[in-house]
Design a protein around this ligand. Sequence first.
Ligand code: NAD
Length: 398
Amino acid sequence: MSEQIVKQRTRGFICTNAHPEGCAQRVQQQIAIVEQLKPAGIAGPKKVLIIGSSTGYGLATRIATAWGFGAETLGVFYERPPQGKKTASAGYYNSVAFEHLARNRGLSASSINGDAFSTECKQQTIDQVRSKMGALDLVIYSLASPRRIHPATGEIYNSALKAIDVPYVGKTVDITHGTVDEVEIPTASDLEITATTAVMGGEDWRMWIDALRSENLLAEGARTLAYSYIGPELTWPIYRHGTIGVAKEHLEQTARSIHADLKTQFNGGAWVSVNKAVVTQASAAIPVVPLYLSLLLPVMKNKGIHEGVIEQMCRLAFNHLAEGCVVLTDSRNLIRLDDLEMREDVQAEVVQLWKKVSTENVEKISDIAGFRREFNNLFGFDVDGVDYDATTETEIFL
Ligand code: NAD
């Protein structure tokens, strides 16, 4: 037991602690949105494995399928449990809250906290799926990780967020101090490109699906999805045309090859869903993205088309994955949930703001305050209705 007052501690673009009640409140807020957006009488996948289920898009998919379809969910993530006075990571508290709320609602939910890249974690998942769930209808691959230890070779790959061919020089914002500066992002070496693809490309996704197939744990019609981002031209030098973009290309190629296998064997399929830019732990760490998001937020809010992770995942679940729906894709077989973000009128306004944004006007013309708040929310801070001066129990476990 460790009752304590928890005040936020940040270091650069990471927050080193988390507030259990704030995290639980945020999970509840997402559930409320699913309840509100869920069409009456909708049905969908009933047995869902989510790899990367504790934060961001993975957590939102877990909530959307559990509360939207009544799905039984198994979540895999890599999070720090609480230890003495040290709080757990936000993803750990989110998962504790999710499981608690799911059980109260009569929904079956369990979790595995381990390194998804490892053979041991895959085996543990397989054992649990076989003993508790039975064959899966849906497998979501939503990992965002800075490193991977390759299960066959033991090699450690560290991903690099770098440009390719030419260094990128452009604007970036220091979220804490509100200063807009120029940043130079160097080019990656071939080794860094390979390493980033090893971490964020499709090899591990393929390993998961092969492992589940070989154990007969995929049901007739089984589908699998991984997530990607394309974004507007102004982010391309560091995103789509950078190391991460090469990795995402690999993910998309992998989708095509998994799709062929699942189609033949189960009349199922594999897709990459291109989601919109949102504030998550992963995106906050990518240079350029916090400034882009601070400018995108007010533009989309003013047009009444703002969406967060849960609205996006409700659209995915209810428009693409529900019974009676077909998965809608573009000509490259990609699901495009980024359609509103990529609208011409939205991007034209963002580009204009991007050109004129500076330290002097950033607080005025962007929603940097909204970005900060959403960032704090990720760790359970700055959440309405939570008394941050009161003590709270931080030693809560799955
Ligand atoms: P996130 O940081 O919120 O979540 C990452 C998840 O991966 C967490 O559950 C974490 O525990 C888990 N994880 C990381 N390493 C792990 C490991 N070794 N073993 C097990 N679990 C591990 O990230 P996110 O932004 O939601 O990103 C998820 C996916 O969505 C990524 O593919 C990302 O590219 C994509 N995406 C993100 C955005 C965005 O703006 N955030 C936009 C479009 C697509």
